[in-house]
Write a protein that binds this ligand. Sequence first.
Ligand code: ATP
Ligand code: RIB
Length: 315
Amino acid sequence: MTSPRILVVGSMNMDLNVYGVPKIPNFGESVVCSTYSYATGGKGANQAYAASLQGSDVTMAGRVGDDPNGRLLAENLKKAGINTDYVVFDQNAQTGLAPIMVDETGKYVSYVILGANDHLSAQDVLMAIDSDQFDMILMQLEMPLETVYRTYELAQERNIPVFLDAGPAMNIPLDRLQGLFIISPNEAEAKALTGISVDSESECLEAAKQLYERAKPQYVLLKLGSRGSCLYDGNKATIFPAFQVDAVDSTGAGDTFNAAFITRFCKGDSVEEAISFASAAAAICVSRLGAQPSIPYENEVHSFIKASDYKVSPY
Ligand code: ATP
Ligand code: RIB
């Protein structure tokens, strides 16, 4: 089986993960937490890293500052076998940084200082997009919105399907993104885009229908944290439950999910099979600390699925 060729367009951040966060402070308040660690992250870089570990042939288009964090991020991707020729070292901006506060259940809130990610341009993407015959483009929203739109238009001109991870949470016009392969928000992103809290199955369906109308994708794929995910194909919504794990840090779970999904799909899995596999990869990710350090290799996911009693078909 040949490796899927994936172009990831997106953010590269150094993450500062703070653990044992008992509460979110108010302004003027300091809250004592237990430990912290730095980890390579950023939605784009996480997705590139995860796609590579899952067996894709990955090219990364992104921007970092010409500083130690930027060099470390690029080096980490290179070590994972990713083509980093289209990672630009921006002389006028710092590398993105994300302070991430993780609670005892593994859930987190974060800030993102975009830095160089905010200078990623359509020209940067144009250089990368013609460097190979890509099977799929994976992108997110941690970059200028115009770059998101232009990336989609460049992909359309070349008939390359695009998977849009709709994070971080914001409400953007979707007119220029009509015809995406998949739009995939998490719970907060779905709320920001549609105004609907996706707490119940009927609310998931309502939000998915609205996104389907606005973006006219092939699928809407909602990521619902420990509740799993929800696929909408324009006719029906299907819930895919999450695997049961002891969650310690969900940073990068969605990124792992997206990347594992497209790798499996491009290798020939059905959408449903690819979601089940992606759910397993993401569950492993939440059971470990940090973004990129927690992303599993393909063989770990196979072993994990074998050892679990998860029914691969959705309910
Ligand atoms: P990130 O932005 O940090 O990459 P996200 O918020 O986009 O993550 P989530 O909705 O948290 O993504 O999770 C993505 C997928 O990971 C879920 O659809 C689910 O399959 C899996 N997952 C998340 N949390 C858990 C958990 N506690 N236990 C098992 N699986 C989980
Ligand atoms: O999706 C998780 C990522 O979002 C983190 O690694 C952080 O850098 C932010 O970009």
